[in-house]
Design a protein around this ligand. Structure first.
Ligand SMILES: [Zn+2]
Length: 140
């Protein structure tokens, strides 16, 4: 899987390369709708070897190279700081090739998509967090 990130947009985009990757995209898009969560499987290690669970089906996610694997480890971090998964934003086709767009969480105040683990944990984007008065409890 080729994995790219867009910090402005707050998304990860996954482009399948291998048969397994295409299976991930097919399963992910056929079993979930925009707004659904692709949950990280409990057996996923911190290193390479991420697995997701969509309606009981386990789908592995592996990078094409070290950069992709690094982005996948970032996705795993986001999953662990969000609700245990990433949110399916949309899927589309570019030059005949399918891809899937994921985000970590939506900001509770402005609905912006976020892939920064701290923002996902607190459910507030960086700019909304900056507006929270000092001393106010964000979330219990
Ligand atoms: Zn916000």
């Amino acid at each position: 899987m080729i994995v790219t990130r867009d910090d402005q947009e707050g998304t990860f985009t996954l482009f399948p390369v291998t048969q397994i990757d295409h299976g991930f995209i097919r399963t992910g898009t056929s079993l979930s709708r925009p707004g659904n969560t692709l949950y990280l499987d409990g057996r996923t290690p911190d290193g390479p070897g991420a697995q997701f669970r969509v309606r009981g089906v386990v789908i592995p996610l592996a990078g094409t190279d070290r950069d992709d694997d690094w982005q996948i480890s970032e996705i795993v971090k986001v999953c662990r700081s969000a609700r245990g998964g990433v949110i399916f934003v949309r899927h589309d086709v570019q030059e005949g090739k399918p891809y899937i767009v994921l985000t970590g969480a939506y900001c509770a105040k402005c609905n912006r998509k976020m892939i920064d683990p701290d923002s996902c944990r607190e459910r507030l984007c960086v700019s909304c967090r900056a507006k929270v008065p000092v001393g106010q409890v964000l979330r219990q």
